[in-house]
Design a protein around this ligand. Structure first.
Ligand code: GLN
Length: 312
């Protein structure tokens, strides 16, 4: 039998030695300061055993990975009504693209591109003050990760607020189609702050366990979402979780996964494991380069691709 701890350690050692690390995101000035040499990986199996290597406990900016959790929350609040605001198709476009929005009357393609995530954040915000909505999102993550120390990195949020002209444009554009209900700066304030939540691979892999186990946290036995909803969120992660790199990620890794420009990826091997990996250097699509390489190695060695194994 393949020993998971050995596999995780070997992958981390190999990643630490690689020179092709990609480029750290620099359009959010605060993220540009992160050390490109970092690498962390945590795999939590179905029994709850934690397999960790590298910088597994260093908090990093989860950025767009937060969109998996805001989608989960929003579906819990408004149910399938959410799909009147946001589509469920891959965009085939960069995460911050504006062109598709015009053609499609302000309705974003999916909840994981920036426009879609801003629209989802707006749904969570309705009926609340921005501070309450952000608190709700943060507490949800603390609950899932069973860790009250998870925090919003205010410096990252401020940095993005100062320079987030693209997102400001997207939100205003959607507002003109009435896809955003709240004042644009309120919605964006919550969006920038949930993107700026800092978590370690250990916390993130713990938080993602409900997606790997039919909507339930197997430790507490508590149900977070129904099995059907977990399956559907996973489907969206597979098809849209890496923007215009989603096809390549499915081809190489074969697992539902969500990336963030902080260099993190949350991936799910249904029934088997919740996985978090972090390497800040990004590829041309804004997805962690070595994060993807590491997941490809893991999925191959463990035979975890949802599309089948390499064994004859
Ligand atoms: N906060 C980032 C942005 O809106 C999130 C993008 C990402 O992680 N892909 O640009």
């Amino acid at each position: 039998m393949t020993d998971l701890q050995t596999v995780v350690r070997e992958i981390a050692a190999e990643m630490a030695a690689r020179h092709d690390r990609g480029a750290v995101a620099n359009y959010i000035p605060e993220l540009a300061r992160v050390d490109a040499g970092s690498f962390g990986m945590v795999v939590i199996d179905a029994e709850g055993k934690v397999h960790a290597a590298g910088d597994a406990d260093t908090p990093f900016s989860i950025q767009s990975i937060s969109k998996v959790f805001t989608l989960t929350l929003a579906l819990g609040m408004v149910g399938d009504r959410l799909w009147r605001r946001v589509g469920r198709e891959p965009s085939g476009n960069p995460f911050n693209s504006i062109v598709q929005l015009e053609r499609e009357c302000g309705v974003p393609r999916n909840p994981f591109i920036n426009a879609g995530a801003i629209a989802v954040t707006d749904l969570i915000l309705s009926g609340h003050q921005p501070r309450e909505a952000l608190g709700e999102i943060l507490r949800f993550l603390q609950f899932l990760a069973r860790d009250q120390t998870i925090y919003v990195d205010r410096a990252v949020a401020e940095s993005e607020k100062r320079t987030g002209f693209r997102n400001i444009a997207l939100a205003n554009y959607m507002k003109s189609f009435s896809v955003i209900d709240n004042p644009v700066d309120f919605t964006l304030g919550v969006y920038f702050h949930h993107c700026a939540i800092a978590m370690s691979c250990r916390q993130l892999a713990t938080a993602g366990r409900y997606l790997a186990h039919a909507g339930r946290n197997p430790d507490s036995g508590l149900s977070v979402v129904s099995p059907e909803r977990a399956r559907r969120i996973n489907a969206l992660m597979l098809t849209c979780g890496h923007y215009d790199g989603s096809g390549e990620f499915a081809y190489r890794v074969g697992l539902p996964g969500k990336s963030g420009v902080g260099g993190g990826i949350l991936a799910v091997a249904p029934g088997k494991a919740s996985i978090a990996v972090w390497s800040p250097g990004l590829d041309a699509n804004g997805n962690s380069h070595l994060g993807r390489v590491a997941l490809e190695m893991l999925a191959k060695r463990m035979g975890w691709s949802i599309f089948g194994t390499d064994d004859a």
